[in-house]
Ligand binder design. Structure first.
Ligand code: 5GP
Length: 186
């Protein structure tokens, strides 16, 4: 199976659906943050695709920063213990921070990140997540901007990987079981 697409079992969210949703989210964010000091913080690596598309639908002057945290390996489950691999380059005190996440599953990663960022005293802190696995959520979280609520299945594409591959798929889909050898990750 050399061709990337041959490894996909099912397309869950098409490229067109994603683009339409991201445009909508960008318009909402533009309206909500008009006249404010917006700093978009992307959570690497998964959020880089959403960050690039979303930011081009936000018609405001703004700045970018990125954090990298440890997440799923090839076949492990999130533990709630998050390691910061790369911290922000800049201070966020008194800034309007919008955290951009690819997907919220148990919510433990996001919960940790929000707690950590709050200690730095931003003037506001909100979240934009492309996908939310509502059934899997283990901690209460307020996510202001959600793209899609999806079932608890392991997905790849549009920034999301399996063993560092599939991030470049323009849509979100599930993998054929033979790709991960039977048991789905996560
Ligand atoms: P949480 O802490 O919410 O359980 O997990 C968050 C992180 O786990 C996400 O940022 C993402 O890196 C990873 N993750 C959760 N669900 C999936 C999934 O379905 N596919 C992939 N590729 N990563 C996922």
């Amino acid at each position: 199976m050399d061709v990337l697409e041959d490894q996909i079992e099912r397309v869950l969210i098409s490229h067109e659906e994603i683009q339409e949703k991201v445009r909508e989210l960008g318009e909402r964010i533009t309206a909500d943050y008009s006249g404010r000091d917006l700093l978009l913080v992307g959570v690497l690596k998964g959020a880089f695709v959403l960050m690039a598309d979303l930011s081009r639908h936000i018609r405001l002057p703004m700045e970018f920063d990125f954090m990298a945290v440890s997440s799923y390996g090839a076949a492990t489950k999130t533990s709630g213990v998050v390691r910061i691999l790369k911290d922000l380059d800049h201070e966020i005190a008194d800034r309007d921070v919008l955290l951009v996440e690819d997907i919220v599953d148990s919510g433990l990663t996001l919960n940790y990140l929000l707690k950590n960022l709050r200690t730095r005293r931003p003037s506001s802190l909100e979240v934009c997540a492309l996908m939310h696995k509502v059934e899997a959520q283990q901690v209460p979280l307020a996510i202001k901007y959600t793209g899609f609520e999806i079932p608890s299945v392991f997905v790849v594409g549009y920034g999301l990987d399996y063993a560092e591959r599939f991030r470049n798929l323009p849509y979100v889909g599930t993998l054929r079981p033979e790709v991960y050898g039977g048991l789905p990750p996560g």
